[in-house]
Design a binder for this molecule. Structure first.
Ligand SMILES: O=C[C@H](O)COP(=O)(O)O
Length: 318
């Protein structure tokens, strides 16, 4: 993950149960703020084009399907290194552009390494993604194998029952162990917010994972009934903001699952800018996990350049 030279990676602190138990979330206020952010601020023309390019740079271009093959992953990696057609790049005055990373299952790391050869980070979903219900020993070994295979970012899934039972110590211990197993690879903690029932649980799980050393907190696997949403994002980015105020560490944010339109990508960029500021509009602190978003962004950029929309099927899909 490329990052500023003076960037300080999050370091675990002791679990502060007093702080966790004091967290409260006002759902109505979160919903109101989400609605106002989604509707109030729009960027147009060249500003919108620039924001969409930024969304590409902050994208974890993802394939997480049971029928993934080395060939599909190789095409995905080619697309990650050249996300826009040459004529659009030229019209936008861009010389180089890539996504932030590719995101794949463990078994697909080797084909990704073959194509990317270190030019882009590879994120692997380890720890028995998406449910996370294997033994701890199995999950830690999967992380070690993913790092050994060439993943430089590991997206772990938390054990949802720890949140649902309020067992914050167990969640903290799990996250500390995952972070340790990752070594130098950065770790994104997937909260699977659609399974956590309340926004208060989302806030508490965010804090526990950050206290335990998570480099990023991520909403969803893409496999829950409800995946990334703006209200959930507000709760998570405010936890990131407060954690930064308390500790000085900048933790990244990754909305994922169901983010498939340029319009929704712009909304997430707006949330980051409004709530956390420009530092968090960089790939080392912001990723959008998405399998189909790039196609719509490419269509919107083609419209900006040519004034015409093409059919989605004309844009190469990984
Ligand atoms: O982590 C990323 C998600 O699994 C992608 O979800 P999506 O296929 O809905 O874009």
């Amino acid at each position: 993950m490329s990052q500023p030279l003076d960037f300080k990676r999050n370091v675990a602190m002791d679990l502060d149960l007093g702080l966790i138990n004091s967290l409260k979330v006002n759902r109505n206020a979160a919903d109101r703020r989400a609605a106002s952010l989604a509707n109030r601020r729009t960027v147009k023309k060249e500003y919108q084009a620039a924001w969409l390019v930024r969304a590409i740079e902050c994208m974890d271009l993802t394939t997480l399907s049971g029928d993934d093959t080395p060939g599909r992953v190789e095409r995905l990696c080619m697309k990650a290194m050249r996300p826009l057609r040459a004529d659009l790049m030229a019209a936008l005055g861009l010389e180089t552009l890539s996504t932030g990373a590719v995101c794949v299952y463990h078994e697909m790391i080797t084909p990704a390494v073959k194509v990317l050869q270190g030019r882009l980070p590879i994120a692997a979903v380890s720890t028995a993604f998406p449910a996370g219900l294997s033994s701890m020993e199995t999950k830690l070994r999967e992380i070690e194998l993913s790092v050994a295979a060439g993943a430089t970012e590991i997206d772990i899934v938390i054990t949802r029952q720890h949140v649902l039972l309020g067992n914050w110590q167990a969640l903290y211990n799990e996250m500390v162990a995952y972070r340790q197993a990752c070594g130098d690879a950065h770790v994104k903690a997937i909260l699977a917010t659609g399974d956590l029932v309340t926004l208060e649980n989302v806030a508490k799980a965010s804090w526990v994972c950050m206290m335990a050393g998570a480099d990023f907190i991520k909403t969803s696997t893409g496999k829950e009934g409800v995946n990334a949403t703006i209200p959930v994002s507000l709760v998570m980015v405010r936890a990131i903001r407060d954690y930064h105020e308390l500790t000085g560490f900048q933790v990244g944010y990754k909305p994922a699952g169901g983010v498939s339109t340029a319009k929704s990508a712009l909304q997430y960029l707006t949330v980051m800018k409004e709530e956390l500021g420009n530092d968090w509009l960089q790939p080392h602190l912001f990723r959008i996990g998405a399998s189909s978003l790039l196609t719509d962004i490419e269509r919107q950029l083609e419209h900006y350049v040519t004034g015409n929309y093409s059919a989605a099927h004309r844009h190469a899909q990984p």
